[in-house]
Design a protein around this ligand. Structure first.
Ligand code: MG
Length: 384
């Protein structure tokens, strides 16, 4: 972005990414101002954020909570509600850049609406690209906006590609920490508890993405996300386990040269880069200490122990709405696991069943994508 956008709307400001975004923006407050913040239900934290950042308006999805917040602030801040409220704020003239850190498929509609109103996008909601990557990237071109990834792996790839001819990239190597269950033997998977699966060694994140890290579905989603962001076919996107999470991803070029982006695992770095891209700004935080680190290790992911990774490659090979079917089944299954309704290993089984049974629309429009999502959710719920 040659001219930095000034006015920012953060969708999902009370989540893990949203809170990190506000911390980054707090340190760059002469460059950015917050005009809108949104939450599902967390009005206690939103209240603090309003007092600190003075947005023009906020969205609270829950109507009762929205009314409670409005009575706290009176006329000093506009309180909108519901999914329509999210679509309303991304259309407004006092927004230049939308940070989308909503969890899951629910992030798709606001992203599309924002692009159609010529807002730049900093995207943490990877599901947007998983379910509708082709449509969204073509809209980005049509409306001449920037869509910059916040996901640390994709930020790393973008940083490796800056100054390069993208056609000379021959392979993307996505690194994966391996998640909380990397060293858990497969025969213990039947009794994995929610608490074990939520105990990520390197990254502190929200519940949905942490379970996705435990199944390696997160990496599968990221393969698809990379395919749409950088235009390489999935056959040329590899995954390597790198438990230290220091190399955030790599790009190999046609001459065999490989560039990597390194840093401590801290989401503030990719967030700040997405906001100031292609500029860099100073940032407080810990730095990589190589003598202390001593070694970095790499190995191939175990696709038998973690079938979700292979399911993502399979869904991409099927094309059409298969990635949307896979994503919907995963969202329902992860929620059911978090609610202790199904065991951990049932997650990939449910996705596999959904991919086998749900109708794939081969060249989908947005409506097909919504249908596939809706029908898959209904179907998977009948299997629980
Ligand atoms: Mg990531």
């Amino acid at each position: 972005m040659s001219q930095n956008p000034k006015h920012i709307a953060i969708l999902g400001s009370t989540g893990s990414i949203g809170r990190n975004c506000l911390s980054v923006i707090h340190n760059l407050k002469d460059r950015f101002s917050i005009t809108y913040l949104t939450t599902n239900t967390n009005i206690e934290l939103l209240q603090n954020q309003i007092e600190h950042f003075h947005p023009h308006g906020v969205v609270v999805l829950d109507e009762t909570k929205a009314a409670a917040l409005q009575s706290m602030f009176g006329d000093s801040v506009e309180v909108l509600t519901g999914r329509e409220g999210l679509l309303e704020v991304v259309r407004r003239d006092d927004v230049d850049l939308v940070i989308n850190s909503i969890v899951g498929f629910a992030g798709l509609k606001p992203t599309v609406e924002a692009i159609k109103h010529r807002k730049h996008i900093a995207l943490a909601n990877k599901e947007t690209l998983v379910v509708a990557g082709e449509l969204v990237t073509s809209l980005v071109k049509e409306y001449s906006v920037h869509l910059v990834p916040i996901d640390s792996e994709h930020s790393a790839i973008l940083q490796c590609l800056v100054g390069e001819d993208w056609n000379s990239a021959s392979r993307i190597i996505l690194t994966a920490s391996g998640g909380p269950l990397l060293n858990t033997p497969e025969d213990a998977f039947a009794s994995i508890t929610v608490e074990q699966a939520l105990n990520h060694p390197n990254w502190k994140m929200g519940n949905k993405i942490t379970i996705d890290s435990a199944t390696l579905m997160n990496k599968g989603l990221e393969v698809i996300e990379a395919r749409w962001l950088f235009g390489l076919p999935t056959e040329r996107i590899d995954v390597v386990i790198h438990p230290q999470s220091i190399i955030h991803s790599m790009v190999e070029f046609v001459d065999g040269s490989i560039k990597a982006q390194l840093g401590m695992p801290d989401m503030k770095l990719p967030i700040q880069y997405a906001l100031t891209y292609p500029e860099r700004c100073p940032m407080n935080g810990s730095h990589v200490d190589f003598p202390k680190l001593q070694s970095m290790t790499f190995f191939a992911p175990d696709r038998k122990k973690f079938p979700c990774l292979q399911l993502a490659y399979d869904a991409m090979a099927l094309g059409g709405t298969a990635p949307a079917i896979m994503n919907a089944a995963n969202e329902v299954a992860v929620q059911a696991f978090l609610e202790k309704k199904i065991p951990f290993q049932r997650i990939p089984e449910l996705i596999e069943q959904a991919l086998a049974k749900q109708k794939n629309h081969v060249s989908p429009d947005l409506e097909h994508t919504f249908q596939s999502d809706h029908k898959t959710r209904e179907y998977v719920r009948t299997l629980l």
